[in-house]
Design a protein around this ligand. Structure first.
Ligand code: CMP
Length: 136
C-alpha cells in the first residue's frame, strides 16, 4: 500500500472540477484515504513549497493557492501511487499535457494547472505530514 498527497487547487474548486478529478482517481482503482476543503495560508504553503521559496513565481504561486479554498486529499493505492497520480495529471504545463490527462483535458496555463501530486514516495510522506499530521 502507498499514499500520495493530491491538491485540487483553487481553480479546480472554483470551476467545479473536484468531482471530476477525484472521480478519475477512484475509477482508476485508487481510494480516498482523507479529504478536506481548506483555505491554505502562506505559512502552510511555505512549508509545502519549500523548494520554490525565493523563485520568481513564488509570490504569485502563494497568492493563487490561497485565494480561495483547495481540496486537499490523501490518495491510496497498491504501490507507487504517486506515479499513477502524476501520470493521470499530465505535465506541469497544460499546453504540453496530452488529452486524457487532467491538465490536458481541463487546463490551459502553468500558473493555474488544477492539481498537485507529490513527485516521489518521500515527498508524499513529507507532504501528507504537513497537511494531515494526525493521519495514521
Ligand atoms: P506544481 O508542480 O503543482 O507545484 C509548483 C507550482 O508552481 C507548479 O505546479 C506551477 O503551478 C507553479 N510553477 C512552476 N513553475 C512555474 C513557472 N515557471 N511560472 C509560474 N508558475 C510556475
Amino acid at each position: 500500500m502507498s499514499r500520495t498527497l493530491v491538491i485540487c487547487k483553487p481553480d479546480a474548486v472554483e470551476r467545479g472540477l473536484v468531482g471530476e478529478i477525484l472521480g478519475r482517481f477512484e475509477r482508476k482503482g485508487l481510494r480516498i484515504a482523507a479529504a478536506e476543503l481548506r483555505l491554505l495560508d502562506a505559512e502552510l504553503l511555505g512549508r509545502h513549497y519549500e523548494e520554490h521559496v525565493g523563485k520568481g513565481f513564488y509570490d504569485d504561486l502563494v497568492a493563487f493557492m490561497s485565494r480561495s479554498p483547495a481540496l486537499v486529499a490523501v490518495i491510496e493505492g497498491p504501490e507507487d501511487t504517486f506515479a499513477v497520480v502524476r501520470s493521470m495529471m499530465g505535465p506541469t504545463n497544460p499546453a504540453s499535457a496530452p488529452s486524457g490527462t487532467i491538465r490536458g483535458d481541463f487546463g490551459t496555463i502553468t500558473t493555474e494547472n488544477l492539481v498537485h501530486g507529490s513527485d516521489s514516495n518521500e515527498s508524499a510522506e513529507r507532504e501528507i505530514a504537513i497537511f494531515f499530521p494526525g493521519l495514521v
